[in-house]
Design a protein around this ligand. Sequence first.
Ligand code: ATP
Ligand code: MG
Length: 389
Amino acid sequence: MTTVTLQNLRKEFGDVVAVKGIDLEIEDGEFLVIVGPSGCGKSTTLRLLAGLEATTGGRIEMDERDVTGVEPKDRNVAMVFQNYALYPHMTGRRNITFGMKSSGDFTDEEIERRVEDAAETLDIVDLLDRKPEAMSGGERQRVALGRAIVRDPDAFLMDEPLSNLDAKLRIQMRAELARLHSALETTTVYVTHDQTEAMTLGERVVVMNDGQIMQVDEPQALYDFPANRFVAEFIGDPAMNMIPVDIEDGRAVHDAFTLPLPSVDEPASTDRNGAGDAPLGDTQRAVLGIRPEDFHLPDARSDDGLPRIDAEVNVREPLGDSLLLHCSIGATSCNIQAAPRTAVRAGETVSVTYDPARLHLFDAETGDAFYHSESHHSTDEQVLSRASK
Ligand SMILES: Nc1ncnc2c1ncn2[C@@H]1O[C@H](COP(=O)(O)OP(=O)(O)OP(=O)(O)O)[C@@H](O)[C@H]1O
Ligand SMILES: [Mg+2]
């Protein structure tokens, strides 16, 4: 049972401030993913948690115990790294048990029992007597996980553990990790720069940028209700289109179109990232966010009452399961995702509509979201089901 709390956590390396005072509450048994671009401070945060770096400021608690200055070995956490860090001259078994014997914390029988259990769980019984050179990348990573599991730590800290694996194996190991977590229910903090990995693995996801936390939420909520432009553009692939507009009388006005903004008056939306009850009456500059998949090429005869927007197709990219159109809407570049095999050529102008429930508005200066046309939390059910567990 381990909750982890970070309070105003800060790390400086000389002039570089890698972590700029972050607050975070990690629940007992939670699988929390930290995602963000290269250099944003993910690994540093994890290393502070492990005690491998000393903090410059702030506090780390595990189960309400202040561990800020505590040695790594006294924190009972297990790290798993990208480069497995297995000893090449030792067998899988020795790699897994290395350090356990000398620590004196475990009897030989206890070590043996734990290795057998972990090997069973990870399906690596056959690898125990092999050296790393005779294992594939995925097998090595399993052994590295085994080394973490046998310690029965209070928390797993994983830093891009799958990024050395090829795409297919990564997907397979992702499922393994999810299965492992539901079996062990150990608090896990998992760092990645891959948003797909973050979305598929995380029960909650922390989006970091430039040493700061941009948003913490469940994966679907990050996609549906991004708190700011950074999250909106980071989560989702291809990225959300950002279209400069003026807001006038509850409408978004662009050189090439005017579209109505459905009114959002349910109080439920106000607690979602502060966006909601937006003062859409006042004229102001803003950035309208529409995801490529929320544009549609309607049937010419369909009458959905929505305004049509003219988009000139510059480049068409067939992706197999969809067709990505790089377009110009007036002077703004936009990506539009169409059905595969849609008969559209570069140079043509298409007339598109959009999903009115999937509009986002961001402050032109700060980039903070102040309006999502979808007012309901799509994650309500998940939250309830978790709360009732
Ligand atoms: N030991 C160090 N000395 C000086 N600067 C460091 C040190 N470790 C990290 N940094 C700097 O701190 C910042 C955050 O680094 P960090 O390794 O935490 O990023 P990251 O989010 O893990 O990136 P990546 O996705 O590339 O692994 C970077 O600017 C990095 O250059
Ligand atoms: Mg890193």
